[in-house]
Unconditional design. Sequence first.
Length: 492
Amino acid sequence: MTREEYLKEIAKVNEDGFYKEDWGSLSRHETPKWFKEAKFGIFIHYGVYSVPAFGNEWYSRNMYNRAEREYKHHIETYGPQNKFGYKDFIPMFKAENFDAHRWIETFKKAGAKYVVPVMEHHDGFAMYDTEFNKWNAANMGPKRNIVGELKEECGRQGLTFCGSSHRAEHYFFMNLGREFDSDVNDDDYRDFYGPAVLCPEWQNEQFTESTENPDSKGPDQDWLEDWIVRTAEIIDKYRPAMLYFDWWIQNKAFKPYLKKLCAYYYNRAREWGKEVTICYKHNAFPPDVATFDMERGALSEISPRYWQTDTAIGNRSWCYVQDNEYKGGYKLVCDLIDAVSKNGNFLLNLGPKADGTFTAEDEKALSDIGAWLLENGEGIYGSSYWKQYKEGDTVVASGTFNDGAEVLYTPSDFRFTYKEGCIYAFWMRPAMQDVRIKALKMETIRGLLIDRVSLLSTGQELSYERNSDEMIIKANEAFKSDMPLCFKIQLS
């Protein structure tokens, strides 16, 4: 199907469909039940940027930025950018040990319920078979449809397949290569490096137009139509249950196209009998149209609308880099619990090596989470928030890009969820002492009646008492743990 044919198809589907190209109509869409119940997903940054494995996943931009260390590293390691450009990493990207079955098996053992591969990052290299971009993994590099194989394996192993597109940012992403003698200026590779437009005002987080610089311009109709057609192809060919977009769709030039794309996605899903959602950042969508995503951060309180946080096992990069620093299992489990207690999901990223294998640190983190969820998942999956999300003084800093901060929980800190007549109290820093929970104190009027208290991981019934100040669960040998414990409070 040509671009023009696809644009006509999008218009027809939306004209005939239940959802129209306006926020009022799109606000009738509901967050999928599967998404609310899943709680935990895996995000994957894997692509050509995994080959240099230096800096972070923005290597394709920063290697042309004379102010960044990637620029110097690239020249010293591979040669000048007019002799060895980003495109020259593609033949080196072989994915020779990529095994979709093992990947999905690993994610399933970790307790994840959905998988979100980055189908195309800002670099413009598609990890899926597509008619609209010859620069794709099925056609060159690995010469395999990486995303297609992951989708098939998700189906076989019972995980929900989702997808992420970062194509929007490619409009400006390579523009620094225009400022000196580099292969970005070579017309033979214009279809790979993209417009590479100078737009400093348009690429920032404020998305303001320049009235002073005539050379700075935002995305035009040609780019926006190309973007929506490529995304529509993803929808039709891969049918992801969730579409995740990075920040730049917030740009006001995208607004009319977001309505078209959203209506098309929701209408197609309705045709297929499939529950879907879109994850967005900032204010790209109204809150009742799609699912808000908080990058590397947390909310300060319970959100009345469902949301998601995404973070990475690695602190320095979303993709594999040789000098990454990694979070441990305890930190990640605590972040998962905190998000779920506030009515959210936890999307955890890992960056495989270029050959398709995982780092030992990624493997260990996933194994730790999986072992914990195997024993405590009942209080996570399918749960909802309780009347309060926490007890104790320790809070996770709200806002984006706070995931690397150390959170010093104490034995007085708890997080709560609720499901099917049970309160689940997560003890964030266990200790060999009595457990004291003020939120579960005895109240003479309108108080909670409790039938049973048990340790969720073992099912062991625990001795407790309640007074007007607190519930006291008696100290137990089972409280020796380096990971959070969960108490199952069965209500009468």
